[in-house]
Ligand binder design. Structure first.
Ligand code: M6R
Length: 609
């Protein structure tokens, strides 16, 4: 995830910015850069680590005002020209977030004669500021930033330097974090407090649509109407390690809590709710190609495979396309029957899973068109496939996949709706229904998170059991697989996920009062069937924890505990139920004293067979 920093004061800005950027390294990044303002803007940037940036900075590079950035690629590959800061003549900008309407703005700026040196959305901000000041000569930098905020759609935290106003930095935010540090020898700005905690513990959190001006003598805060406002100073009690996790005890818990933002970032710019359609140019498939598509073969491992399994239901029900889901390690040594009409889709958050890469290569040998869903720009899978759909979940540090899973689901919804609309299976009204539902997910995820205490109590109650069962039907079947995977991965409890209707074909023999069963019983066309399966396991003595919708008043009669999710479209419930199951796994592992972020025997990226 990108990180921005800024400093103005009496100390050497270069040293402070470099040390602050190092503190943001934990967020994950692929390139870095710095600009210092000494009458003119002097910029250094590179692909790689902060240590690589230090190597290219000359010894005499100093100053008292500057900005810096660590970039996690979203628009454009990890290349030096895409690293921040981005410049437009006498203006330098660093940015964290995504400008959704950047293509439209870019076209306008190109028609005005601006030349773009990068593929990023951020360069648009620099040129937009430059053009705003050029066309409104009475504007200060603060006025120009305020003006440009009204033109930009999406999320941003930005820090801007301007040679004509050499003693201050202007900052602004919308839907992307920004915090100001008040030190004795200067003022700091950063995406999170970790960056400047060694210099000051006095911080002011910037709210959406607010602007800030930091100079050697003080800080001024403004609202979007240009009025100066007062802000409260917080004293940060965290040490640096706690701050990296934003105060959460584990990265996994932090990442679970980031999902309302990561879901929003993933669909940003891809939904036209008004027209009831999805904008998915990245898929690089014409309407004719989509209409003629006969089969989709999804290839993935682990959690990504579980996401793919939800995808199978979506492609079949929303787009009417026969879909297979293949485990990459099996596919690569099988004898798949494929032909040019089959579209293969690799799902891999890391983009580096050896089995998935090998499987997709072998599918290409059959002449299939291949696409990938991944979270990492520039990863190996992006070079192996014809098109790439990026989840924008930001780096995931906990070994257990959480926010990347829900982001993969979002891309799968968008793909299925897009294909269904083009193929005439979905009317714009049907599509709009689901798209409206998708846009409600961030708020609904937040509601689930707000109720985490009851999930914690449930986890603690069953923390000592040896076996768990998870059951569900239709799209909730893969959710049960994911719930079981998450639990066994981090709590080391044996857990099985089952299609609820399959229990009676064997596993029912294992059900007893010792095996709690988590039943995903959200409203939908299989709800009644799941109720029957709940009765089946209750009759064998099992205690049942149901995941059910908020408005379901019937479920309490049949189960021992209910974990609620907000009411939603039946196909969208996997996103919300998964968040419940992630928390259940987390709190169970916590109660058992397990190593949550680094479970035994597992690695984040499985680059070997
Ligand atoms: O990077 P990938 O999505 O290709 O990784 C695949 C699996 O190794 C991964 O999903 C694994 O199952 C997760 N750590 C589970 O939480």
């Amino acid at each position: 995830m990108c990180g921005i920093v800024g400093y103005v004061g009496t100390e050497n800005a270069v040293d402070i910015i470099i040390s602050s950027l190092k503190k943001l390294e934990y967020r994950g990044y692929d390139s870095a850069g710095i600009t210092v303002l000494n009458q003119k803007l002097e910029t250094y940037k590179t692909v790689g680590k902060i240590a690589d940036l230090e190597k290219i900075i000359p010894a005499n590079f100093t100053g008292h005002i500057g900005i810096g950035h660590t970039r996690w690629a979203t628009h454009g590959k990890p290349e030096t020209r895409n690293a921040h800061p981005h410049l437009s003549s006498n203006i330098a900008v660093v940015h964290n977030g995504i400008i959704e309407n950047y293509m439209k703005l870019k076209e306008k700026l190109i028609s005005q004669g601006y030349e773009f040196l990068s593929d990023t959305d951020t360069e648009v901000i620099a040129h937009l500021l430059h053009s705003t000041i050029k066309n409104n000569t009475q504007f200060s930098l603060l006025d120009a930033v305020r003006h440009v905020m009204n033109e930009m759609e999406g999320s941003y935290a930005i820090a801007v330097l301007y040679t004509a106003e050499p003693d201050h930095i202007v900052l602004a935010r919308k839907d992307s974090p920004l915090v100001i540090g008040l030190g004795n020898n200067g003022f700091f700005a950063a995406s999170d407090v970790t960056a400047f905690l060694r210099y000051t513990k006095n911080a002011v959190y910037v709210n959406d649509k607010e602007l800030v001006l930091i100079s050697p003598t003080g800080v001024e805060f403004y609202n979007n109407d240009g009025q100066q406002i007062e802000k409260k100073v917080d004293i940060i009690e965290w040490d640096e390690e706690a701050a990296e996790k934003a105060g959460y005890e584990h990265f996994m818990l932090k990442e679970i809590h980031e999902q309302s933002a990561s879901i929003q970032d993933t669909y940003a710019g891809k939904i036209s709710e008004l027209e009831g359609r999805v904008i998915l140019d990245e898929l690089k498939m014409s309407d004719d190609q989509l209409k003629n598509l006969q089969r989709i073969t999804i290839i993935a491992c682990g959690t990504s495979w579980n996401a793919g399994c939800v995808g199978k239901y979506l492609f079949e029900s929303l787009a009417g396309i026969h879909t297979d889901i293949e485990t990459a390690s099996e596919f690569r040594y099988g004898d798949p029957v494929l032909c040019g009409q089959v579209f293969t889709l690799a799902i891999t958050q890391s983009g580096e899973t050896a089995d998935t890469l090998a499987a997709i290569r072998s599918s290409k040998a059959y002449g299939c068109k291949a696409a990938a869903i991944t979270n990492v720009v520039g990863s190996s899978i992006t070079r192996e496939t014809d098109s790439v759909l990026f989840t924008r979940a930001g780096p995931e540090i906990g070994v257990a996949a959480t926010k990347t899973f829900t982001a993969q689901l979002i891309i799968l919804y968008l793909m299925a709706i897009h294909m269904g609309t083009v193929r005439g299976r979905l009317t714009p009204e049907n599509a709009r229904d689901i798209l409206v539902g998708i846009k409600q997910l961030p708020g609904q995820v937040q509601k689930v998170l707000n109720n985490k205490n009851i999930i914690k109590e449930c986890a603690e109650h069953y923390a000592k059991v040896q076996d768990y069962f998870f059951i569900g039907r239709h799209v909730n079947y893969p959710v049960s697989l994911e719930g079981a995977l998450k639990l066994k991965e981090i709590s080391y409890i044996h857990a099985e996920g089952y299609a609820a209707g399959e229990l009676k074909h064997g596993p029912l023999a294992l059900i007893s009062s010792e095996t709690p069963v988590v039943a995903i019983a959200t409203k939908g066309h299989t709800y009644e069937k799941v109720l029957s399966n709940i009765k089946e396991v209750k009759a064998r003595g099992a205690e049942v924890i149901a995941i059910a919708n908020q408005s379901d008043t019937e479920i309490n009669k049949y189960v021992d505990m209910v974990l609620r999710i907000p009411d939603c479209h039946e196909l969208l419930s996997p996103v919300l139920s998964s968040v419940v199951l992630q928390l259940l796994a987390y709190y169970t592992a916590y109660a058992r004293g397990c190593s949550i972020d680094k479970p035994r025997n597992l690695a984040k990226s499985v680059t070997v067979e």
